[in-house]
Design a protein around this ligand. Structure first.
Ligand SMILES: C[S@@+](CC[C@H](N)C(=O)[O-])C[C@H]1O[C@@H](n2cnc3c(N)ncnc32)[C@H](O)[C@@H]1O
Length: 477
């Protein structure tokens, strides 16, 4: 996929403002505001002013406003909010040259509005007059009449500069700076992905660009068929079988929350890469008994629910998490499962006896650099400084996981980050012990190509259509 061809949008949307949501404070001027754009703005404002999570705030706003927003408005609001948040770095680089003051000195509401308008112009190719007029109307209602002139002038200049590719060319950047602006990633994440891809040679930079572009797309919805037959789930959801996990169904659209199987818990929404990570633990060769499994960082319970569904008869599953709130979510995910124990515990000092489990899943807290597609603002919130602290915690948790498993038992170390310091380095430190051996993951999944990272496993959005999950298997010997 080339960078030039990837962005497209509802350029044929009706240009004028339509739906109407009026804020009490704006009643005096009575603007007719576009409901989709207003909702997208409210998400941006929540993220920048209150550090909200877009993937939680947006669904909540869409539910509250469902009477006013048609399904296509909701889809447009989602595209606007997520797209603007992903593109923040590029939008700010463009806006910096068009506003006389530093962006940090602008009213944050005004900055969010400029980003929202500029995103529509450079990425969605919404006709300039529609993007400008609707953003000016929002600015008038939200910031005041004084702001509308600035918004109008700046967005007209954005439109005059053309598409994102034209803007990036005009900004005259090269190397990683160019890649960062084209693919919506901060420089340190570009560097981390290059390092994790580990490729050299002529194709390496092209692959890095493809990987970062794939990481900048909205992800497909994947379902997991837990206690329902996959064929029935495919029929009910109009989906397609996932190529790698025998439980995966991929959807092209629609709302999975409306499916009976999802409502009942027989199926769930789960990235196919996460399914494979849980299955790696299940398929790992084991010596001796196989009766007690631990999911050490289980919240919110996606992998626990799959483990509970596929475990052989007689296996007892313990699911723990440090967060009480997330343990509540695990309990709900496991509500119909028998022979499970759900508890609040710090994995480093859990109440279990050493060596009491045959299999342990350590799906460790991490930067989430491999799941940025789902959390659009996280790429700008995380910093390289977060990595050492998380890597230290991951090392401590892996030591505890190896203590919790019996000799001959297996630990699956999993992250939704490909960052070397959170993956290969953590495993290498544990593997330096005399009583630990690393098992190759790739032979357990002969149908999944191009995933080996040494003996461990690394999935990628551009290769596998999944999050960039890392999986290593360690056996106590
Ligand atoms: C990547 S998430 C796990 C996702 C989960 N396995 C799933 O598939 O739904 C990491 C989890 O680790 C938990 N956590 C962080 N530090 C922990 C600790 N010291 N002990 C136990 N859990 C911890 C977090 O609360 C979070 O729920």
């Amino acid at each position: 996929m080339t960078s030039a061809g990837r962005r497209h949008g509802p350029s044929g949307r009706p240009a004028g403002p339509r739906t109407t949501q009026q804020r009490p404070e704006s009643r005096r001027v009575r603007p007719v505001l576009d409901g989709a754009r207003l909702t997208a703005y409210d998400v941006l404002e929540g993220v920048s002013a209150r550090a909200a999570y877009a993937n939680l705030l947006l669904p909540q706003l869409l539910r509250e406003r469902s009477a006013d927003l048609r399904p296509r408005d909701a889809a447009f609001a989602t595209q606007l909010a997520y797209g603007t948040l992903r593109a923040t770095g590029t939008l700010d680089a463009i806006l910096t040259g068009l506003v006389s003051r530093p962006l940090a000195e602008l009213d944050p509401k005004l900055l969010d509005l400029l980003r929202l308008g500029a995103y529509q112009i450079i990425d969605l190719r919404v006709p300039a007059h529609a993007a400008v007029d609707t953003t000016v109307a929002l600015a008038r209602a939200i910031v005041g009449t004084g702001a509308s002139g600035l918004v109008n002038a700046v967005l007209r200049k954005v439109a005059a500069g053309g598409t994102r590719e034209e803007w990036v060319a005009a900004l005259d950047v090269t190397g990683d700076d160019r890649l960062a602006l084209l693919t919506d990633h901060p420089l340190w994440i570009v560097a981390a992905w290059r390092d994790a891809l580990g490729a050299d040679g002529p194709g390496a930079e092209a692959e890095l660009e493809a990987a970062l572009l794939a990481d900048d797309e909205a992800p497909e919805v994947h379902l997991v068929a837990r206690s329902v037959d996959r064929a029935s789930l495919i029929a009910a959801s109009d989906g397609l079988p996932g190529p790698w996990s025998p439980y995966a169904v991929r959807l092209e659209g629609g709302d999975p929350g409306l499916l009976d199987d999802v409502r009942s818990g027989a199926a769930g929404v789960q990235d196919e890469g996460s399914q494979l990570a849980a299955l790696a633990l299940v398929r790992a060769p084991l010596e001796g008994p196989d009766a007690a499994w631990l999911d050490m960082c289980a919240g919110p319970g996606g992998k626990s629910a799959l483990l509970a569904a596929v475990r052989p008869d007689g296996v007892r599953l313990t699911a723990a998490d440090r967060s009480e709130h997330r343990v509540g979510l695990v309990a709900s995910a496991l509500r119909d499962a028998e022979d499970v124990e759900v508890l609040v515990a710090d994995g480093r000092s859990g109440p279990w006896e050493p060596g009491s489990f045959d299999r342990v899943l350590l799906d460790a807290p991490c930067t989430g650099l491999g799941a940025l597609r789902r959390r659009p603002e996280v790429r700008w919130r995380r910093t390289a400084d977060d990595v050492p602290q998380l890597a230290e915690l991951q090392g401590e948790l892996l030591t505890a996981a190896l203590a919790a498993v019996r000799p001959g038992g297996v630990v699956a170390y999993v992250t939704c980050s490909p960052h070397t310091a959170e993956t290969v380095d953590v495993v290498a430190a544990a593997a330096a012990r005399d009583d630990v051996e690393v098992l190759p993951v790739a032979p357990l999944f002969p149908g999944v190509p191009d995933a080996a990272r040494g003996d461990a496993w690394q999935l990628w959005p551009h290769r596998h259509g999944t999050d960039a999950m890392f999986v290593a298997l360690l056996r106590r010997v």
